[in-house]
Design a protein around this ligand. Structure first.
Ligand code: SF4
Ligand code: SF4
Length: 671
């Protein structure tokens, strides 16, 4: 018998299945309906050059499931690995099945090529695809309905999708088995269809009596396939993320990760930010449909994990409901987005740590949306937490965000006895040491500032400071949505830098670093901006700093500040610096690097009360204590304050942990 088979063997009117050629029309219609929802949003240019290349580079990682499987620099927990493997199996299983089905159609209508070895290989791949997909579907069922992780909220669509896919695969195998069983004589090479052959062996070979069963199951299989396709299209099932996710990834932000988008025409604007769903851009609305509700963002959000009302997943899903309501002309008065759909507390709970975005497999951009709502609250509705009102008041009256009598001191007090160059005094000095409000005013942080100034001087770095006149960089106002003030601050600072011929800026604050490096260019302020961890690493590499001591601590750990790590990819420099000192190896916390838990101080949160849930900084302090370290090192003034508070709250009887900035550790370790 020839190694091949007739496509519609034992089936009359089999050609009816080609009604399936109309399916793209149905899929197109479903996408068009959603497209009209995305069009409710405002215009946004996401068609810059370089997008195709960026997508192709990313596509390889996506096909390999790099983010989901933790391949590369972003390791995943065993639980996430299970979910990643599950998705990998379903995805590649279904891809193989679709390819095999398409090849069968080509063989039937275009060119007869399925004979001999090609037929056997295609049969094998079909079986492999089926078994991979089936394993993934069973894993998904176990995860969703037996393990029930907190991050998954199961809806009817999830169950229907899994059942339909399960039935499709199982009936496919049964069909295969019935065909093999009823073929007389059964050829040996049918073993290549290994699952079908295995089931057929149980049913018995050369059983002509199974022919009617084969016919019945064939039609049942076809009906399930079309039923599933119609259901997926008309209900906009979550399975559509197969199509929308790549589109969303194609249009993902190519901005520097830490940069927020400025408000267009801010001087003439009458309302600001996003009050309703239509105030977001089309891309921000596309995000809502791309979200597969996987919960990875929620699982990594420090606000959610510490018991705050914010869940980034829920925020996206709730916004999606608002978008659908806004697109439904029959809907009565839609609920207000801010306050009703998304409570104010959710909006203010975010630390802008970026943990959500870093793990989202489809690149949903949560922070921009939250900031748009903050902009509306602060600038249009004049509604913000009392502590932030005080902070904004300080920015206007004192020029810095800190409240309290101890902060009335002069910003230049930290310089006493250091004999530093003042900006503008010596024309040839084009390096500015930007201190930042916290580094200049908070006692503990001023020690770090003095330490860095001493090290730079000892290494022969020529730099100048602004001193008492140094203003705020604008990060606090921008992160809380007070964009009007940021707009003024950034322009004044750029003018000062230009007037004084500043080319290079060194800072110890990742928030200042991020804003000046990534956001000032939006206003034409292009400078070389370096964080002190980068400078220290360079000085050690070039032999300008010689290490000697520093070994008083037996166990140390390092905390990655969000605005240094996730927002700016600076992970290796601080570790290199610590490696060069006479210190024990860094013991990493359970959440480190890209997965590091936020200290709780970003996004304006350092100025706010935290009455709900556990304090985030105390959770992070516990992470450090868990390592058994005596010293937690960080590289950010906010993180240092947050650790000091966390350690203080534990009390000396419960922990011997000390917190230092990396520059203090370096100073102790110099020869
Ligand atoms: S940025 Fe951080 S705090 Fe805000 S939603 Fe994302 S993970 Fe949560
Ligand atoms: S936003 Fe991203 S990470 Fe969060 S649930 Fe949706 S797809 Fe998952």
């Amino acid at each position: 018998m020839e190694i091949s088979r007739e496509v519609f063997w034992n089936i009359e009117y089999g050609l009816l299945v080609y009604v399936g050629l109309l399916l793209p029309l149905l899929i197109g219609y479903a996408i068009y309906r959603r497209y009209s929802l995305w069009q409710l949003g405002k215009a946004e240019d996401r068609f810059e050059q370089g997008r195709i290349k960026a997508f192709i580079t990313e596509a390889i990682g996506i096909l390999l499931h790099k983010r989901l499987l933790g391949i590369g620099p972003l390791p995943v927990s065993p639980r996430e690995l299970y979910a990643g493997a599950m998705h990998f199996l379903i995805f590649w299983g279904i891809v193989l099945l679709l390819v095999v089905t398409a090849l069968v159609a080509v063989h039937d209508h275009v060119v007869k090529f399925m004979h001999g070895t090609p037929y056997l290989v295609i049969s094998f791949l079909g079986e492999l695809g089926g078994i991979l997909a089936l394993a993934g579907i069973i894993m998904a069922g176990v995860r969703r309905y037996v393990q029930r992780p907190d991050k998954l909220d199961s809806k009817l669509d999830d169950a229907v999708t899994l059942v339909l896919l399960f039935l499709l695969i199982v009936t496919g195998f049964v069909l295969e088995a019935l065909r093999i069983s009823a073929t007389v004589p059964t050829p040996e090479w049918e073993r290549w269809s290994f699952i079908g052959f295995g089931i057929a062996s149980v049913l018995g070979m050369e059983k002509v009596s199974l022919l009617p069963w084969h016919k019945g199951v064939w039609w049942f299989h076809v009906i399930i396939f079309y039923g599933a396709a119609i259901y997926f299209c008309l209900s906009w099932s979550k399975l559509f993320h197969i199509i929308i996710s790549p589109v969303n990834i194609f249009f993902r932000s190519l901005r520097p990760k830490g940069a927020l988008v400025p408000i267009e025409g801010i001087e003439e604007a009458e309302s600001f930010g996003a009050e309703g769903i239509k105030d977001f851009t089309w891309k921000q609305l596309l995000d809502l449909d791309a979200c597969s509700n996987c919960g990875r963002c929620q699982d990594n959000c420090p606000a959610y994990l510490s018991g705050k009302p914010l869940s980034p997943k829920k925020l996206i899903q709730d916004m999606k409901i608002s978008m659908e309501a806004a697109g439904n002309v029959h809907e009565e008065e839609p609920r207000a987005l801010i306050g009703e759909v998304i409570p104010d507390d959710d909006i203010w709970s975010c630390t802008t740590c970026r943990a959500c975005q870093e793990v989202c497999p489809v690149y949903v951009e949560h922070i921009d949306k939250i900031i748009e709502m903050r902009r509306n609250l602060t600038l249009t509705q004049s509604r913000m937490p009392e502590a932030l009102e005080a902070m904004v008041g300080n920015l206007f009256s004192r020029g810095h965000p800190w409240t309290g009598a101890q902060f009335i001191r002069l910003r230049g007090d930290w310089m006493e006895g250091l004999d530093l160059n003042m900006l503008g005094e010596k024309k040839e000095i084009d390096t500015l040491f930007w201190v930042g409000c916290t580094g200049a005013l908070a006692d503990r942080n001023a020690e770090v500032t003095r330490s860095l100034a001493r090290i730079l001087k000892s290494a022969g770095v020529e730099f100048a400071v602004i001193g008492a006149e140094e203003p705020c960089c604008g990060d606090p106002s921008r992160r809380i949505g007070f964009e009007i003030l940021f707009h003024e601050q950034v322009q004044q600072n750029i003018e000062t830098f230009r007037k004084n011929n500043v080319k290079r800026i060194i800072t110890a604050c990742p928030h200042c670093f991020n804003t000046i490096k990534n956001e000032y260019p939006q206003y034409g302020g292009e400078f070389e901006v370096l964080h002190h961890t980068q400078v220290l690493a360079d000085l050690l590499r070039n032999g300008k700093l010689k290490t000697g001591g520093g070994g008083e601590f037996k166990r140390i750990t390092y905390h990655d500040p969000c605005y240094l790590g996730r927002h700016n990819n600076i992970y290796s420099e601080p570790r290199y610096v610590l490696d060069r000192l006479a210190l024990p190896d860094v013991i990493e916390m359970s959440r480190f690097g890209r997965h590091a838990r936020c200290c709780g101080g970003g996004g304006g949160r350092i100025w706010m009360e935290e009455p709900v849930g556990t304090k985030i900084n105390r959770m992070r302090t516990d992470d450090a204590i868990e390592t058994g370290a005596e010293l937690v090192i960080t590289a950010c003034p906010f993180c240092l304050q947050m650790f000091e508070e966390g350690i203080g709250a534990k009390g000396p009887d419960n922990t011997a942990l000390t917190a230092l900035d990396i520059v203090e550790v370096v100073e102790k370790g110099l020869a």
